[in-house]
Design a protein around this ligand. Structure first.
Ligand code: AHM
Ligand code: MG
Length: 281
């Protein structure tokens, strides 16, 4: 897997360069989930594909931007990735990210063996979840990622990232979010799951929620490219990741682009989510 992480470092440097220098306009096509793609989605997807296919231990890759996987003869790892999550935020100069899930034997939650994400913000940071979760930062002079520290979530945090269209939240979900605010949680939601989850992780805890809603009961975020990788990161950092009832990593993906409601956080917030959802089942 070391080779995969080395490739992810090279990918991060190349995508960051593209973000800084390439046109951010839209393309005519849509991606596999029917989203309008920006040119940078396509450029980033090509960068990831080029690097990952060169890695011997990679057997198969599937992207949020592709309909189907690309399979090789050799290799043992299956890599699912979102090359440029939150790409529409580039136009307003907010942070965006790349997300990678590394699987063995297929793409279900229980098959994920490691995960990584990159945040392209004022600085470029890389978080890798293997046995532990580690933070690295790009040194712009040497073009190398330097180890910063190990990341651990506290038992309870102070910030809240509540996603989804509020008009379509179920009433009990709204009540739960309101009660977190009544307890003193502060709103931190940029609309980019990578920086939003990164902030909660680095600040020791809190809750990020992207629930099922009346118009989208299965939520928006995709299991393979977004949900399972972050569930892996949060669990290994000592936090929890659930769909309201079950651990996210116990779920199976019905299709490559399958979505699920998701909640990532420290232990106490997730206990409250599970209690609320159970009472309102
Ligand atoms: P994308 O993969 O098309 O960029 O969409 C994923 C993003 C996440 O980063 C973020 O959490 C979510 O969409 C925000 O959605 P919303 O605008 O509904 O809050
Ligand atoms: Mg995405």
């Amino acid at each position: 897997m070391t080779e995969i992480f080395k490739a992810i470092e090279d990918i991060a440097i190349e995508i960051y360069e593209a973000i800084k220098t390439k046109d951010t306009g839209k393309v005519e096509t849509q991606n596999a989930s029917g989203d309008v793609q920006v040119k940078l989605d396509v450029i980033s997807d090509d960068i990831v594909e080029k690097h990952l296919l060169k890695v011997k231990s990679v057997k198969e890759i599937i992207s949020e931007e592709k309909e189907d996987p690309i399979t090789k003869e050799e290799g043992e790892y299956f890599v699912a990735y979102d090359p440029l999550d939150g790409s529409s935020l580039i136009d307003v100069d907010l942070s965006v990210g790349s997300i990678f899930g590394i699987y063995k034997g297929g793409y279900n939650g229980e098959n994920i063996v490691a995960a990584a994400y990159v945040v392209y913000g004022p600085r470029v940071e890389l978080v890798i979840a293997r046995d532990v979760v580690e933070l690295f930062r790009l040194n712009e002079h040497t073009k190398k990622f330097e180890f910063v520290k190990e990341l651990k979530l506290g038992k309870k945090g102070k910030i809240l990232g509540p996603g989804g269209t509020q008009k379509n939240w179920y009433p009990f979900h709204k009540e739960m979010i309101d009660s977190f605010f009544a307890e003193g949680y502060r709103l931190r939601y940029s609309g980019g799951m990578v920086p939003d989850l990164h902030q909660i992780l680095l600040k020791g805890g809190g809750l990020f929620a992207y629930p099922g809603t009346t118009d989208k009961p299965k939520g928006k975020l995709r299991k393979l490219f977004e949900v399972f990788p972050f569930a892996c990161v949060y669990e290994r950092a000592g936090g929890k990741a659930v769909d309201g009832f079950n651990e996210l990593l116990s779920l199976e993906a019905e299709s490559y682009h399958d979505t699920t409601p998701c909640f990532f956080g420290s232990e106490e917030e997730i206990i409250k989510v599970l209690r609320t959802y159970k009472e309102n089942q």
